[in-house]
Design a protein around this ligand. Structure first.
Ligand code: FE2
Length: 201
């Protein structure tokens, strides 16, 4: 059985951000590297697993499947989060604003809804996603890395809401974390993701 080997990507731009201290970025990178290491271990171990031992109550096979999803999502969410941050702030393009305003009435309403989503998110992720089922753009709160993950959704903007992302710089002030993060969102990446998601319909 062929399995994918994952290698950590470099994200030097993270160290130029004003919204995240070097300490916070170091935490993210260390955790990201750890998820990749474990994901590769799981993939490697799966190659030799005895499929006859599979059991839904408890089995090593089941554990590998569950933890594969957990670590895989952690890697992908982190990469999307890192990629949608940039130290040079700029306004979102008209095309993106119009698409978002179609569902949220105004861009400010969308930002307020995303702010509320971050505040409602537990240890996990706040995302804006393109919904392939009803052709809408909505915000979602995902617990951990794999609980309440909506299906047929393409994330276009991802925000880490695990404690290591806001505690080092903002304590328990998640709203303050959000306020500082938003000016450093890379709206070009968000637009590119949305364009791709729509073309995949
Ligand atoms: Fe993180």
């Amino acid at each position: 059985m062929e399995t994918q080997i994952y290698t950590p990507k470099e994200f030097p731009e993270l160290f130029n951000l004003k919204s995240l201290s070097k300490q916070a970025v170091d935490y993210h990178i260390k955790l990201y590297d750890g998820y990749i290491k474990k994901l590769n271990e799981i993939q490697d171990e799966y190659k030799t697993i005895n499929l006859d031992t599979a059991n839904h109550n408890y089995s090593h096979h089941r554990s590998l499947l569950v933890e594969k999803a957990y670590n895989y999502n952690a890697v992908v969410f982190h990469e999307m989060f890192f990629e949608n941050l940039i130290s040079k702030p700029f306004e979102p393009e008209c095309w993106l604003k119009e698409k978002i305003e179609k569902y949220f009435k105004s861009f400010d309403t969308y930002i307020r809804d995303l702010n509320a989503t971050v505040r409602s998110s537990r240890t996990g992720w706040a995302i804006t996603g393109y919904n392939h089922t009803d052709d809408t753009i909505q915000n979602y709160a995902i617990d951990s890395h794999y609980i309440s993950v909506p299906i047929k959704i393409s994330p276009i903007l991802v925000i880490d809401t695990w404690e290591h992302s806001f505690m080092p710089d903002y304590g328990i002030d998640k709203a303050g974390y959000f306020e500082h993060l938003i000016p450093e969102i890379n709206w070009i990446i968000v637009k590119d993701r949305l364009q791709k998601a729509i073309s995949d319909v």
